[in-house]
Write a protein that binds this ligand. Structure first.
Ligand code: AMP
Ligand code: GLY
Length: 420
């Protein structure tokens, strides 16, 4: 069995390490992968959005199964293209990936099907949006409709900042066509929970919950990043919250997508906020979260490839999906200056006894050395019986990994510990 994983970050490394547990799989290719993933898969220099290159590679190398992990190729229709040449895939088709690809689509879907989310208005005209902001409640949240590298959400605590956001998205086209339409929505408050799920379009099985740490600095300060660390499970996700989510959000979403003729198959990610008025959807993603995947998959006891095949074949209801009852913590080591400006090319040293705990995101291999090549460089995941031990053990490994200009948050898991 030859597998191809599209993508090249820490999430893909976590997926590949988990897939390797399956004995049927003889070969894994990563497109493009990275210098760290190269230890676990054969990396092929084809970019994740080069759909022609991906399809050609798959055909020429008799790939048996493809996992498309990042948002862009999914939204661009990578799965549709691979299925068209007979390759079964894990990941939604473009008509379902739109749940992440268009915030206007997802907000309208939730409104139509009564799925709880922040109240909102949609605008395709900057003047109307600016006029609305004269009287809108503040703080308010401005979201570019399309994909924007995780930067398309602006929380404005003054009317002036809100208007500036509208101008930069709609008039200055900061995110290009992604800003042709915007959503302006109610500002919600409460603890956030990430829930990744497997769904085959009918059945939905939530994975263990997790908590991301999106801001760059300790104490949740500084700019938003792709995520500086995660813990799982999330202590705010109690059994009662899980039941509410299943009844009001998870099942209704899967049914809504089916009813719209857009059955979602793959990993559907729910970004949730537990507000005083109940759990609400902040965002959907059409893929595994990063770095949520680096704590969720290491806790998965069942075989990932078996579950993925069941999702593709519409047999998820017959397939066990079991998680460990332990805790996981992942600390991201980044290049200092991320997410704005950072230097690259520094040698990374990872002690041999902990390489299996390290998921590499931004590193290149050169002359046998592993060099930093991105903002988020790697994630270090520890598992333990108690959350505190997982956090301590992850930080103990971080202290043993070296590269110049390394930066990491020192408080991953602190909020989760305080919630207990
Ligand atoms: P996203 O880029 O969609 O992941 O959103 C980034 C972050 O913005 C989320 O994780 C939330 O912390 C925050 N956010 C998004 N929408 C809202 C909202 N309506 N109210 C409060 N915070 C929000
Ligand atoms: N960690 C959030 C995301 O993957 O979008």
């Amino acid at each position: 069995m030859k597998i191809m994983v599209v993508g090249g970050g820490g999430r893909e490394h976590a997926i590949i390490k988990k897939l390797k547990e399956n004995q049927e799989i003889e070969k894994i290719y990563a497109l493009p992968g990275n210098g760290g993933i190269a230890a676990d898969a054969e990396c092929v220099p084809i970019g994740a959005t080069d759909l022609d290159g991906i399809v050609k590679f798959a055909a020429e190398n008799a790939i048996d199964y493809a996992v498309v992990a990042p948002d862009d190729p999914l939204v661009m229709g990578c799965v549709d293209r691979l299925e068209a040449i007979g390759i079964p895939c894990f990941g939604p088709r473009a008509n379902a990936a739109i749940i992440e690809g268009s915030k206007v689509f997802s907000k309208n879907l939730m409104k139509q099907y009564g799925i709880p989310t922040a109240a909102y208005e949609v605008f395709d005209d900057a003047e109307k949006a600016l006029a609305y902001l004269e009287t809108a409640p503040i703080p308010t949240v401005i979201k570019a409709d399309g994909l924007a590298l995780g930067k398309g959400v602006i929380i404005a605590d003054t009317r002036e900042k809100a208007k500036a956001a509208v101008i930069s998205i709609m008039q200055d086209k900061q995110f290009g066509k992604s800003g042709d339409q915007i959503v302006i929505e109610e500002f919600l408050e409460g603890p956030e929970v990430s829930v990744l799920s497997f769904t085959d379009g009918e059945t939905i099985v939530p994975m263990i919950s997790s908590m991301d740490h999106k801001r760059a600095g300790d104490g949740d300060t500084g700019l938003n990043t792709g995520g500086m660390g995660t813990v799982a499970p999330n202590p705010y996700y109690t059994d009662a919250v899980a039941e509410e989510c299943m009844n009001n959000i998870f099942l209704p979403t899967v049914k809504a997508m089916k009813a719209e003729g857009r059955p979602f198959k793959g990993c559907l990610y729910f970004g949730l906020m537990i507000t005083k008025d109940g759990v609400k959807v902040i965002e959907y993603n059409c893929r595994f979260g990063d770095p949520e995947t680096q704590v969720v998959l290491p806790l998965l006891k069942s075989d990932l490839f078996t579950i993925m095949r069941a999702v593709t074949d519409g047999k998820l209801s017959e397939t066990p999906v079991e998680f460990s009852d332990k805790y996981a913590a992942c600390v991201i080591m980044a290049s200092d200056g991320y997410p704005v400006k950072y230097e690259k090319g520094y040698e990374i040293t990872i002690p041999a006894d902990i390489t299996d705990k390290v998921f590499v995101a931004g590193a290149a291999k050169k002359d046998g050395k592993l060099l930093t090549s991105g903002g988020r460089v790697l994630g270090v995941t520890a598992i333990a019986d108690q959350l505190k031990d997982a956090i301590d053990s992850s930080y103990a490994m971080v202290d043993r990994i070296h590269f110049d200009n390394a930066y990491w948050r020192h408080d991953i898991g602190k909020r989760a510990m305080e919630a207990k």
